[in-house]
Write a protein that binds this ligand. Sequence first.
Ligand code: CU
Length: 346
Amino acid sequence: MKIRKTFQTRFVFAAFLAAILGFSNAVQAQQNWAATVGGQSADMSKQAAAFLPNEIWIHAGDSITWTFASADVHSVTFLTVGQVYPFDFTQGCPPITPSGLPFDGSSCVSSPPLVLGQTYQVVFPKAGNYEIVCLVHAQMFGTIHVLDATLPLPYDQASYDEQAKEQVKALLEDADLHQHHAEHQHSIGDMFSAKATSHTKSVTAGVGEIAATAGGQQSFSLVRFINGTVTIHAGETVEWTNLDAEIGHTITFGTVPQDLIDPSCSPNCVVSTDPDGALHVTITNTQQNVHSGLIAALLEDEPGFPQGPVAPPTRFRITFTTPGTYAYVCAFHDNLGMDGTVIVLP
Ligand SMILES: [Cu+2]
């Protein structure tokens, strides 16, 4: 009896200990954290290209589930060190990998481009500092700090929720300020380039800015043609410029072509290049399809990389010879409501 009782006591104690240890391991090493990708204003004109929050500290074994919060596409991608950042964001890192896989730095994981309401989860089994990147927006990246399970974490989920909210608010409020700024720049830009080329009206095709954090970069964009409805007379020229360092746009009349990157025009028209590098088309009727191709800010120079050409085009000009109403969109951001109209009077 005595032996049996001791056995029972020990068994109960051991089971109790195992339960405590097992429970505490489950809490410490297998927490699933929640974070957000992107943000936008109610009318979708203001877009935050950001991982929110931009920096997260977790334990090895934890996972993070990102919920996408904008109609503009983003990806959650972890590349391996030395891997080349790919050109085509539709193919993943490549490849596209399923949600819920581990990333320990040895092979890449990537969501497809996702939008509002979709989610993607990554598990982090190994301690280290890992860069999270968006394959759609090169200047959108953050850091995930994966600490050994014995180390304390600086923030809890509630703190991260608050940080995410504050970061997206700050980015979108900045966009408000820059809308006024852009309208101001619009007239200055007009003044300067009117001296170089002959055109009547100038439209800012988007404006944006990149901000740094200790863990990466995030940006806001005003995804609109500012003063995008313009009235001119036949024979006059409109010029579009992109003042967004992060996001490229197009100026597209008529049918949207398959190839969004290169300029095109049909039928019976050509896209030529002005002496200052701007693309230029002359439209003679409202039925022509005109596509600027990608109009984007120039890329910055990077130490260790060769000097590149002045590319891509940053300006697009159209001369309208015939009275009529000409509607246009950005082929990338039509879904966000980025459109305008040129009214040509006799
Ligand atoms: Cu656009």
